[in-house]
Design a protein around this ligand. Structure first.
Ligand SMILES: [Zn+2]
Length: 330
């Protein structure tokens, strides 16, 4: 409501100031104003993550959130996808170095394509990596001017970082196009590697605003979003890993997952126990005092025959065998 009254310029300034998760709503407002964006896309984007309405076949109110749109320009979906991509890269790098990753043998690289053709660019990159025997894993993204960009982590045990930079520059172009970095030293190596790949999933990056002020229009942004949606399912870029490495990486991811799974199971058990206790006490509260007495009498008399139907376990919720359960079963 508030957003709709604001001008495009105002929205763009706000967007360049706010942090990534909050940028998402502003971006959607701007894109929906442009005639370039497909209405279907906007509709899909709008419903992502909204609560499900209606009832199930049994008449129960539906719970939970709407399906994911999966668009590359949706922050909600890309956040999850980014985390998964980062984990995958880290597990592969870790597996290729016998689970002892070395900071000096890895580099974080960005390369900007000089064309908009994803397939041509990807092929050139793959050929380069194969020729020099490098292991690489990363993701494609689209920069604000609508060009392909790749965020990739490269493992170069036989080359120095300087030699690698030279080779890349020779192939793709000088500094702003090719940028080779040491994995961030203020973080652990795992955080640095995962963060680097995860960053490829941030829809509009800070740098884009600084470098391309001329694209800060509704149509410019909509054009970017339309191009970005074409990259869906084709973002992944990896190679150089043996089957052995990949299997080991899958095992590393599985171990990580089962660790979290364990804590989930413990929590689920605790919740189940609490629910059971709750229903037991409520059941005894619901039965009137008279019926409780009757049940007690039946229990003490020992006349719980096959025909007797008694509802409550009596006063003690933890001793159900005396009255109810046995009587029903028998
Ligand atoms: Zn989404």
């Amino acid at each position: 409501m508030d957003l709709k009254t604001k001008g495009a310029h105002e929205l763009f300034t706000e967007m360049s100031r706010t942090e990534v998760p909050k940028r998402f709503a502003l971006m959607r407002e701007l894109v929906s104003r442009s005639s370039l964006a497909a209405p279907i896309l906007i509709a899909r984007w709008n419903t992502c993550g909204s609560p499900i309405r209606g009832r199930t076949a049994t008449g129960r109110e539906r719970k939970g959130l709407q399906h994911r749109c999966g668009l590359t320009c949706c922050h909600r979906c890309q956040n999850r996808a980014g985390i998964a991509a980062g984990k995958r890269t880290w597990s592969l790098m870790s597996a290729a170095q016998n689970e002892m990753p070395d900071r000096n043998l890895m580099s974080a690289i960005t390369i900007d394509a000089d064309d908009r053709n994803l397939h041509g660019f990807a092929r050139r990159l793959k050929l380069f990596m194969r020729r020099h025997g490098l292991n690489y894993s990363g993701e494609f993204s689209v920069s604000l001017p609508g060009l392909m960009r790749v965020h990739v982590v490269v493992l170069h045990p036989t080359l120095t970082r300087l030699a690698l930079t030279g080779l890349l520059k020779e192939q793709f172009g000088p500094y702003p196009i090719v940028n080779v970095k040491v994995p961030d030293k203020t973080k652990t190596l795992e955080q640095a590697v995962r963060g680097w790949v995860q960053y490829a999933h941030v829809p509009v990056k800070n740098k884009d605003f600084i470098h391309h002020p001329e694209l800060r229009t509704q149509d410019g942004l909509a054009g970017f979003v339309m191009l970005d949606t074409r990259v869906v399912e084709e973002r992944r870029l990896e190679g150089g890993f043996s089957l052995d490495d990949k299997a080991k990486a899958a095992r590393i991811r599985k171990i990580q997952k089962s660790k979290y799974g364990e804590s989930d199971r413990v929590r689920a058990l605790a919740i189940r126990k609490r629910i059971l206790e709750n229903t037991m006490t409520r059941q005894s509260r619901c039965l009137g005092k008279d019926s409780v007495k009757e049940v007690r009498q039946l229990g003490s008399g020992g006349e719980v025959g096959p025909g007797t139907i008694s509802n409550g376990p009596g006063g003690d919720p933890y001793a159900p065998h005396q009255g109810g359960m046995l009587g029903l079963r028998g």
